[in-house]
Design a protein around this ligand. Sequence first.
Ligand SMILES: NC(=O)C1=CN([C@@H]2O[C@H](COP(=O)(O)OP(=O)(O)OC[C@H]3O[C@@H](n4cnc5c(N)ncnc54)[C@H](OP(=O)(O)O)[C@@H]3O)[C@@H](O)[C@H]2O)C=CC1
Ligand SMILES: CC(=O)C(=O)O
Ligand SMILES: [Mg+2]
Length: 771
Amino acid sequence: MSIESKRREALIYHAKPTPGKIKVVPTKKYATQRDLSLAYSPGVAEPCLEIEKDTANVYKYTAKGNLVAVISNGTAVLGLGDIGPEASKPVMEGKGLLFKIFADIDVFDIEVDTKDVDAFIETVKNIAPTFGGINLEDIKAPEAFEIERRLKEELDIPVMHDDQHGTAIISAAALLNALEIAEKDIDKVKIVVSGAGAAAVSCTRLYKAFGAKSENIVMTDSKGVIRKDRENLTSEKAEFATDRDIDSLEDAMNDADVFIGLSMANLVEPEMLLSMADNPIVFAMANPDPEISYDLAIQTRKDIIMATGRSDHPNQVNNVLGFPFIFRGALDVRAKGINEEMKMAAVKALADLAKEPVPEQVNIAYGETRLNFGKDYIIPKPFDPRLIAKVPPAVAKAAMESGIATEPIQDWDKYESDLLERMGNDNKLVRLLMDRAKSSPKRVVFAEGDHLDVLKAAQTVKEEGIAFPILLGRKDIILELMKEIDFDPNGVTIIDPKADEEIDRKNKYAEKYWQDHRRKGITLYGAQRLMRERNYFAAMMVNEGDADALLSGYSRSYPTVLKPMLELVGLAKGATRIATMNVMMTNKGPLFISDTSINIDPTSKELAKIAQMTARTVEMFGVDPVVAMISYANFGSSKHPNASKVKDAVSYLHRYYPNLIVDGELQMDFALNRDMRKDKFPFSKLNGRKVNTLVFPNLDSANSTYKMLKELNNSESIGPIMMGMKKPVHILQLGASVEEMVNVAAVAVIDAQEKEKREKEMFSLVSGEIQ
Ligand SMILES: NC(=O)C1=CN([C@@H]2O[C@H](COP(=O)(O)OP(=O)(O)OC[C@H]3O[C@@H](n4cnc5c(N)ncnc54)[C@H](OP(=O)(O)O)[C@@H]3O)[C@@H](O)[C@H]2O)C=CC1
Ligand SMILES: CC(=O)C(=O)O
Ligand SMILES: [Mg+2]
């Protein structure tokens, strides 16, 4: 993607469909008059009076305990400098988004229009009662030091200047690990720090706390090397002034072991890297552009251990890995502040986590085959799901042990599982899906390529590297529409099944189709005519290996598209029927629902088969299926044939698939509510587990449920995902949204990857490679 396209993409992302990145969502019922009389007057007076009696009750009755203010005056926004409070807002909203997705902390971003230290402090103090914690952000040095120091003294909630301590914690963890890999000791290494601002000073202080020696440190700022003989140094700069005779960054880099960049883009030249000691450690952390680019640095030195603050290269040393989890731990024990012990605990937890085996989910998320502690993996990745269970408990424990926790945690196992449960509500699954698709993109034929929304989906799919689109439809129309949405046709195949130039291919497909159907009333001419129809043509493309997967159904009713697919592509080996599953992103995590589109009233055996296929497909998402078979009755409470059908399906599954975690028949509330289930049905196979898969007794109930969730809860849906077909063929819902089409395209690619893998395994089995 060109720089200009990236710029435009970023602007559109922020502007559409709603300007900005965060919004406020009510957490209580508000539907009825009764609800409103509780939410507001008169009911709201009761918690007000309780809080008046004892202000600590504010944590009991309001959102304060989980609400953090991200506050800036816009004086040091990333490495962009003093761009003002309004211009800092996208970054502050961004921090709000990260707090939410990584640690489920709510944020109000606050941009303050003052550079005056006293006025800024006064503003923060005055609004502090609203918040459980204060995250100061992108405030320039030296003002940032005094602001943070005084607010910490004067407020009894956690206050942290993220650019100082978040960055210090993450970079210290990365540095300790990098030193271990380079086999160097922290008390011996020569360290050069470019920048002497908020981040640089705090980071260097923390390295010293871990053993780095003052005499081995050289720091530079915009005026050059900070030397003892320089005049008018701030007290923070004076702390790091060197008495060595060093005049420039270039000089300082000579023979240095470590370079820490917290200044500005492109200050470091390749020659400087070449002059460093063996196995140099270079953390070029300026954002958005580092002191030296990742690619240039690794081209310059093969023995380098290189990190940047960016997410597009290995070793992202960025405070995103810290602030969500540090505040989570601090809020959960209602700590009065964030002290050195808590910071050290976070460093250790992060450094240790990088040495543990990386879960497959993380490899998939980053398109890696195998992340392993080493030069290219010195620090965990932000999307590592273990972070939430490791860092906040370490921080919370340290707060308790150092005596600043006011609500100590008693049951650590419960705390850990609560943390994991909290994070069920994000779109990790979609991310995982996209990343898995991207790891080996396939050729996907979009049968309705001449529809604008389908083209938009194909465009995303191509630009994201999920698939190579093949578009069916009239070429001139497609090209014109592509132009309209700035969709680069390079690398996209466009085929018009009706065009003369496709005659050979059409005849080939027709001949093949006729061979298979000539005893079923089809003539060769009839077959040739049929191949002008896009769904037949598309199905033949997949059958003949000219495409890897197929997407259709955006503009036609489901049965119209299903018919040719069933007729041409057919069922997978061993499958007796097809069914579809939808994944719904609910506020309790993803829910897999089937059969949402095909089987109107399956028999008990068919239902069992659907459940088994669904469970296998759930595994494709990297999730262990826990399946509830839904009914209006619970475990034999009704003898009606509708309930017995589900009961019999469960017996069949227990008998033939004993390893599958499945039970029922169960009502929906018992399926979804673990506690209700535990008390009433202690014998259930589902006990102690969170149900993630619901198999419904018939199409009425499954289809209505998923559509209701979609409409009422605004739940994002992936699907319908076709199960049981021989080839990766997926039928869209009529009028599906662009997002839904992109999601199904990713599923189709993964489906193709899985089928390819199985075919290879079968081939190896047949040829005797696998014993
Ligand atoms: N990766 C990460 O997680 C983080 C990265 N950062 C990055 O660090 C940088 C600094 O942020 P922050 O400390 O908050 O900002 P500050 O404004 O507090 O500090 C900026 C520092 O950079 C120095 N500087 C400017 N130009 C040069 C130069 N040519 N050579 C050497 N030093 C120079 C300034 O010098 P002077 O003192 O003379 O003005 C100042 O000391 C930004 O690029 C930011 O994006 C910050 C936090 C986290
Ligand atoms: C990451 C960050 O906080 C910064 O660059 O300012
Ligand atoms: Mg910052």
